[in-house]
Design a protein around this ligand. Sequence first.
Ligand code: PLP
Length: 426
Amino acid sequence: MQATEPLTHDRVLAERARYVSAGVSTPRLVVASADGARVTDVDGRVFVDFAGGIGCQNTGHRFAPVVDAVHRQVDEYLHQCFMVGIYEPYVDTCRLLAELSPCAGAQQKSILVNSGAEANENAVKIARAATGRPAVIVFDNAFHGRTLLTMTMTSKVHPYKAGFGPFAPEVYRAPAPYPYRGVSTDDAIAGLERLFKSEVDPETVACVLLEPVQGEGGFVPMTADFPRRLAEVCAEQGILYVDDEVQSGVGRTGKMWAIEHYDGVEPDLLVSGKSIGGGLPLAAVTGRAELMDAVPPGGLGGTFGGNPLSCAAAIAVLEAVREPEFLEGATRLGEALRARLDALAAAHPSIGDVRGLGPMIAFELAERTPDRAKAIVDAAFERGLLLLACGLYGNVIRLLPALTIADEELEEGLALLEESLAAVDG
Ligand code: PLP
């Protein structure tokens, strides 16, 4: 687009259609700026943002400590490649991840990469190298990314898998608890045991990967005892437990990592991403030194992984989120959201379930089609609220406001949500 031509909504949409692959699904929003819990479009319309770039803005758009840190970093250097020149922000990000790690083991180490999918790929590589075993177990409703291995691990055919096979070998799927749809902890554990009988020898399994709150799959929190019982099975069988917290991490549930809500489980590897970079691309795998050092030098890495700008941002994010007041604020936000969604569910029989962990919260519509959820998202957009649907059936509305959202903004967003639901339900 020529700099002299005015930046209008229609113009950007037309040029998007002309130049950008249709394979990336896009909304009608054309962003001009964003701040805190709000996004402004090129026509000057201001939206309350309950999407956060899909869970990447737990600290809000342009979080001041992130902006300051990035500005300082821009004046020093932009890129080095950690395999060419070591730089302190990378090491410091890994130090913070070690200090905050929920994983088992005294000494924690990390590798930094660009995306959640890349981090999950690396977690599998590390688990395979550390155990000498090939197989990977994932769960129903999982989302782990869009690369060949991670789309194989992801549990949704359209749009993530259809037409993209053949898939990666040695990936097996077990049931995950989903009480609202009738799957209990016992069912899930029984399904895993059956998998060991019918499909895969547990002695060949390197790792399981599990989201403590399944994100794209519909904001389904694991039942209170499932992670512990899964960890017990893993310990018996010598299988590593990989905790995918790309969406549930960095304060999203009111704790630094969602797995901290669950007793009796210390994962072997933690996968983080999204909000950790405060809006810049960053993801990580963290775990005890013995596992993280199982891969020989050169086996892990990548040109841009742990880019200095992303690391400067991540340090600012992690320092802020680890503060007890930040997490207390997030917990209060979760309580406020829960109360409002429960009231909404009481008034709307179309809502079948309200669920979540702290401020990682959603409601599932009783009918298993995406139509009503899509209508709600559209109605919200018309009224100035950015919302996202999720779930295997696309019938879950998830709320991902900045954890720093002001009370008035939250109220405004929730009022718009109520109006949107009323408009769709009639
Ligand atoms: N894992 C989880 C739990 C996610 O929610 C996502 C993205 O939504 C990913 C992995 C993939 O992350 P990315 O899109 O950064 O590759």
